[in-house]
Design a protein around this ligand. Structure first.
Ligand code: TXA
Ligand code: MG
Length: 314
């Protein structure tokens, strides 16, 4: 059952409370509706991927109420600061170095050392973020492969029954996703969106290079090479070969386990922690074997990640 919450004090308080319980709440921003979850909670972020039915772990945008809150989790360089001053709150997402100890779930960044952050202008998003008081991870609130929703009714068409609530703020004004930029040391446009690239260049006084989704497509595989474990990876293993660390799932116990009970949400929520831990256990030149994970629901995203980790490195 997905509850529709009214855009008033009671609705906002209920939305903030649900987020605090690790539940998912769709909320309006000036671009599109976001599918929000507590960015510090591994299970909440795993539920976001499950609700969207995403086939892989694309990193998510973290929503915060202002620059001061952004600085708690990320390092804001000089060019990023200039763009933030000009366009926040608003439809601009900055990709910044993640601060050590920021407490953001590695599922949000898909294990990267950068984090995408945005300060939305929509008054309801602002009120929700302040009331909740923590970072909110939010991709667009649509099932994977469908168009982004600009009304609460669109959110319900795609996600009804799969999320706790939608905060109904009417239609979104921009209707186009935020522009994504990495600003320092050299500005690179990663996705065109609500803020035109010319406006960014006017503020920075220099050209913005096209990268990622905006220029030559960055394959998810390229992105993956940043967070592949050091150790070699062998998926679909039932036993460890000599010298291998075995990561279990369900009946395959292993040295450590993604989920002893075979729960895919738990497995996804632990995946990046386990990759790191297995890498540490395997040691230099070591190898990691992974028990089979069913190719269904979040298992598809987990297997996608493991296949990338197993692929030959460039
Ligand atoms: O307007 C918007 O940005 C909406 C609203 C809800 O805020 N959100 C949105 O999120 O469009 P999503 O998850 O659909 O798009 C996130 C994009 C992905 O293309 C992802 O690759 C990129 O942000 N991204 C996230 N973190 C990144 C990082 N650390 N480095 C590079 N790209 C990143
Ligand atoms: Mg999207």
């Amino acid at each position: 059952m997905t509850v529709t919450l009214a855009p008033d004090d009671i609705g906002i308080a209920a939305a903030a409370r649900l987020l605090g319980q690790g539940m998912l709440v769709a909320f309006p921003t000036e671009t599109v509706y976001g599918l929000g979850g507590d960015a510090r909670s591994d299970p909440a972020v795993a539920r976001i991927y499950a609700a969207k039915g995403r086939p892989g772990f694309n990193p998510l945008i973290v929503h915060l109420p202002d620059l001061a809150a952004v600085e708690v989790i990320a390092e804001v360089g000089p060019k990023a600061r200039a763009l933030a001053a000009a366009f926040w709150p608003g439809p601009l997402t900055l990709v910044l170095p993640l601060r050590a100890g920021a407490g953001v779930s590695p599922l949000v960044t898909a294990g990267l050392e950068t984090v995408a952050v945005r300060v939305p202008a929509h008054p309801l998003a602002q009120r929700l973020l302040r009331e909740f008081g923590g970072p909110v991870a939010a991709p667009s609130a649509n099932p994977s492969g469908r168009v982004s929703p600009t009304q609460a009714a669109h959110v319900l068409e795609g996600l009804s029954g799969r999320i706790a609530a939608v905060l109904d703020g009417g239609a979104c004004a921009v209707g186009l996703e935020s522009t994504i930029v990495a600003a320092d040391p050299h500005p690179v446009l990663l996705r065109p969106g609500g803020v035109p690239v010319e406006a960014l260049e006017a503020v920075l006084g220099e050209p913005v290079a096209l990268g990622g989704d905006a220029g030559k497509p960055t394959s998810p595989g390229q992105l993956a090479s940043h967070y592949a474990p050091e150790a070699g990876v062998r998926p679909d293993a039932v036993n460890a070969l000599p010298g291998e660390v075995l990561v279990g799932f369900g009946p395959v116990q292993g040295d450590i386990s993604l989920s002893p009970s075979g729960d895919l949400v738990e497995a996804a929520s632990r995946l990046f922690h386990i990759l790191r831990e297995a890498d540490r256990l395997a040691g230099p030149g070591g190898r990691i074997a992974f028990a089979p994970v069913p190719e269904e629901g979040l298992g598809r995203a987990i297997n996608d990640r493991l296949r990338r980790a197993a692929a030959p490195r460039a």
